[in-house]
Design a protein around this ligand. Sequence first.
Ligand code: ADP
Ligand code: MG
Length: 402
Amino acid sequence: MAKKTLEDCPPETLADEVVVVRVDYNLPLDKDGEVVDDTRLVRTLPTIQYLVEAGAKAVLLSHLGRPGGRPDPTLSLRPVAGKLEEFLGSPVGFCSVTTGPLAREAVQRMKSGEVLLLENTRFYPEDTRNDPEWAEEIRFGAKLFVNDAFGTAHRAHASTQGIADAVRRSGGDAVAGFLLEQELRFLSDALADPEHPFVAVIGGAKISSKIDVIEALLPAVDRLLIGGAMANTFFKAQGWAVGDSLVEENRIDTARSLMDLAGDKLLLPVDVRTASCITSDAVTRVSACDEVRENEHIGDIGPHTAKHFADVVGGARTLIWSGPMGVFELAPFQSGTFEVARAAASAADRGATVIVGGGDSAAAAVAAGVVDRITHVSTGGSASLALLSGKEMPGVTALSDR
Ligand code: ADP
Ligand code: MG
């Protein structure tokens, strides 16, 4: 990688040093505020353990949710500190503010090998505003900043870009943590020189959210498979009725031009699974794509399509999968997604590089019971789309060059 990583920081240089680490503990919470998925936290453990074992003083920064620049007790990181403590097996301090005298004192009191989590950076408007003075405050005099927050690396915020600039200005280094390094290795390096066949499976709810990725991947891939509600807009573009299915009317032209551009590379569903409503007890019907009835909803790809997609996916040497093939959250509509997920895992078993980007696709891989077999599951939904689209990642650009 062109940027410095934590591997460039030998443990002996870290002892007793304050090291500020930006993590992405924007964990999904349920309505009672309980953490429902701690994957993002678990994936930062190698970075934190490395710092703890080196005897550094690790000061952790993260955002959680969208508090809009003011304190919101329902979005406090305090419960996350407790979670981290369980996983690390050693105490994790928590400070109820991010900046100011209380935070400075908490950092000053730290001993070698300790971990301190500061409160939600987005309780302060300065974070998203990328305020340089505030970025200097959250540096706490550190000469080393570690960015391990892939999920926010596509944002130019004080806790991502601003602090990296501040540390480098002070003569120190801003480096990628082990998780960020891994994300970049798979989502940019691996795809820059992929083994063929290189297959992309794109699905999910909307074309509009993934159009940039599709356009960026198209020249590189051998096959582009489209499923999910996104396929409906392609059906509409061919003049077929889609009943009451989700369609982006204003993207029909986009779909049409993508079909022209992609030619033979593009594989669209040939059959779909429909129902009169998308519910957990829906009675479904398999339909040819051009025979969807009025009042029907398309909820999944059909069995012929699933079989064909699974064959193509299973034969890939490089696979990027972003977006489920149907409403996999509901049992009647899960089989298309699960079949693709199992084929992706089999490809990985045979040595293919299989990359899953997107929060819902990752959840689908978990639900299908194959997540442990996938080569790389990205922790950043929008960030992975931004990176795959070739967009600049300010949180990465701001790191020290090798
Ligand atoms: P990811 O998070 O993996 O990038 P998206 O957020 O783009 O995926 O899309 C995921 C959502 O798309 C899921 O909640 C799924 O239920 C929905 N979806 C997929 N297919 C359909 C469909 N045919 N109709 C309605 N929703 C769909
Ligand atoms: Mg999603």
